[in-house]
Design a protein around this ligand. Structure first.
Ligand code: FPP
Ligand code: MG
Length: 326
């Protein structure tokens, strides 16, 4: 008689798990209580890239090449948490659009958008609580959700307190983006690890890769604000500067060209600032930083004791978060 365990029929391959998480997000949005459904249905019209869910599922991939349905729940929850932060962020930023359609608060007003964001937070937390993590990791899942959300919140608060602070240091900038963006990436990597069959010793590597990829993602987003066309990013360009958010390309430009600070404080036109930031090397400096972090994440992924397929998936996601074609 063989003692080989028969495969769990509920476990999915990676691509099927991504599709399942996408389906769960849609289902949760579409099955909201009638009072809130007009808002969640609006959000369901524009799906995101699911990069956080994809990373969670890639990290959760077991040695048998399959993902547990519990990890799918966690992946859907992380996307809903992300969506909740975006709904609230768009109110704070008074954004016009999100993912190419009207921002929620533009259509329904701030009051309903706040409540809808809160609803999404609650739905995500309730949904992830139905996911069964391996027994010895249950507490870690319970504790990490509020911990990471607090980090996101603190990052956003720090950013807000530094509006138009043209003496913002690079160090403080990294502290801001570590919270507002990298924390949720780290959470996705950590949650994926918790739902996987990886050894406990790999925990810190997973967290560090998530944090690093989150930083790269935000550095590229901050460059895109100076570089990209609105058509490409589906976001208004130079919106950071226009609303007083100081990011690394500008921080570096201000350091290289001290004459810039007076012009910026006097309300320099965005088009002129774009040229000045480029000329002072703000964009190339930021890309170099992102490049170094890319190498760090790549090396960390390489060091994981995982199969070739899982490694390739993580590297594809690293490229995607870095804005390189996958
Ligand atoms: C987008 O930044 C915003 C975030 C990544 C986080 C926003 C977080 C909050 C509003 C706090 C939410 C509350 C809790 C409890 C976690 P961005 O404005 O730079 O990017 P964008 O261009 O996509 O708007
Ligand atoms: Mg915003």
């Amino acid at each position: 008689m063989t003692d080989l365990k028969s495969p769990d029929p509920e476990r999915l391959d990676y691509e099927a798990s991504v599709a399942a998480a996408k389906g769960e997000v849609r289902r949760l949005l579409k099955s909201a209580p009638a009072l809130i459904r007009p808002m969640t249905s609006h959000l369901a019209r524009a799906a995101g890239k699911m990069i956080r869910a994809r990373t969670l599922l890639a990290c959760a991939l077991g040695r048998d090449g399959s993902v547990s349905p519990d990890a799918v729940k966690a992946a859907a929850a992380v996307e809903l948490l992300h969506l909740a932060t975006l709904v609230h962020d768009d109110i704070l930023d008074d954004a016009e659009t999100r993912r190419g359609i009207d921002a929620l608060h533009r259509k329904f007003g701030d009051k309903y958008a706040v409540l809808c964001g809160d609803f999404l937070f609650c739905t995500a937390i309730e949904f992830v609580s139905t996911a069964d993590a391996p027994e010895h990791r249950k507490n870690a899942v319970d504790r990490s959700v509020p911990k990471y959300l607090t980090e996101v919140l603190m990052g956003e608060l720090r950013q807000d307190q530094n509006y138009k602070n043209y003496s913002l240091s690079e160090r403080e900038y990294f502290r801001i983006i570590k919270g507002k963006t990298a924390a949720l990436f780290e959470a996705s990597f950590y949650a994926g690890f918790l739902f996987s069959d990886e050894e406990d010793a790999a925990k810190d590597s997973y967290r560090e890769i998530g944090d690093t990829i989150g930083l790269i993602f935000q550095l590229n987003d901050d460059c895109a604000d100076y570089e990209a066309s609105e058509l490409l990013t589906k976001k208004p360009v130079l919106s950071d500067y226009s609303r007083g958010v100081v990011t690394l390309p500008l921080i570096h430009a201000l350091k290289e060209d001290p004459s810039l600070i007076q012009k910026v404080e006097a309300g320099m036109e965005p088009a002129a600032l774009k040229i000045a930031v480029e000329a002072a090397g703000g964009l190339s400096y930021t890309h170099t930083k992102a490049g170094r972090l890319y190498k760090k994440a790549d090396t960390l992924i390489e060091s994981l004791d995982i199969g070739a397929y899982k490694k390739a998936l993580l590297k594809t996601l690293l490229r995607a978060a870095s804005g390189k074609t996958a």
